[in-house]
Design a protein around this ligand. Sequence first.
Ligand code: XMP
Length: 327
Amino acid sequence: MGMNREITAAMLSDARVMQDFIDEQVAAIQEAVGNDGLAVNALSGGVDSSVVTMLGHRALGSRLKTYFIDSGLMREGEPGQIFGIFWSLGIPVEIVNAADVFLRNLAGLTDPEKKRDGVSQSFYRDVFGKLVRESGAQVLLHGTNLTDVEETKAGIKRQHNIFEQLGIDPQQAFGYKILEPLVQLRKDGIRLVAQALDLPPKIVNRQPFPGPGLSVRIQGEVTAEKLGIVRKATVIVEEIFHILPVFQTMTILKGDRVTGIVGGKRLFGYQIEVRAWTSVDARKAEPAIPPTFILQDLGRRIPAEVPGVVSVVYQLTPKPPCTMEAE
Ligand code: XMP
């Protein structure tokens, strides 16, 4: 009872409340794991899983095993960058290269929901689920937040029933616990905790990046070639937008080809769609209207630097009716 009572960002801006919150979560993790138990968690580098990693490490030190599942759907250099940030904080992270598993499960899938399911199954059933079962850990730490719980109950989000997603029957796995230290918090509060735990600004202010990664930014089937194209174009878009404080940018490889001219010859090439959003909580969003030079940079640099791309468009419709991601 009272488990999901909200702790708001305003409450956490009181240093005493913040300290109590951190102390309570650390103590709860220590109690659940016991004196010589083990816990595991998956780190994506997003602010939620980063805060959970910090709390778990504070509570358990090396008795917390943190995995970074490299799905091959991340942005350029992302696994190494996150590994490096946590390494400099003294927290070891094991990168698990599972790109082939994800690509195999995504092969032939074009429907956006089936693609999301392919990513979920790859993550929970095939990769992380297996690691959790083999680790011998008694506790799994998970970054579920209050908005996740509400959206799951309202049927908006895919289920957050972690046991089921991991293919673990809680009855059989008696004694196996899942702790959700952030379940009373929302994103703005979690960013404050991240700051209080001395996570670097790169993590504290990190733009949201969807779990299914670049797979929801490729329309149609996900292939290694298309991942290469969208990943390269994403680097350019993030570089160009880096001077504007937008909520989120996204770079989408469109499903249809368009006719272009490259080296004086006709090329039936790729089209990239760029989206940049202003938003408070992603429930509603407005497209950012960038200055002309930014639009011109996008239009010129992407085709010049990403072979095969002959056209760039910019998305102008608010959410709703548009969603933020294209799929
Ligand atoms: P939409 O497209 O629903 O996006 O307007 C709203 C916010 O949610 C993120 N998003 C996801 N995050 N898994 C995630 O972890 C998903 O499947 C997913 N789909 C959308 C999106 O990036 C935006 O911030």
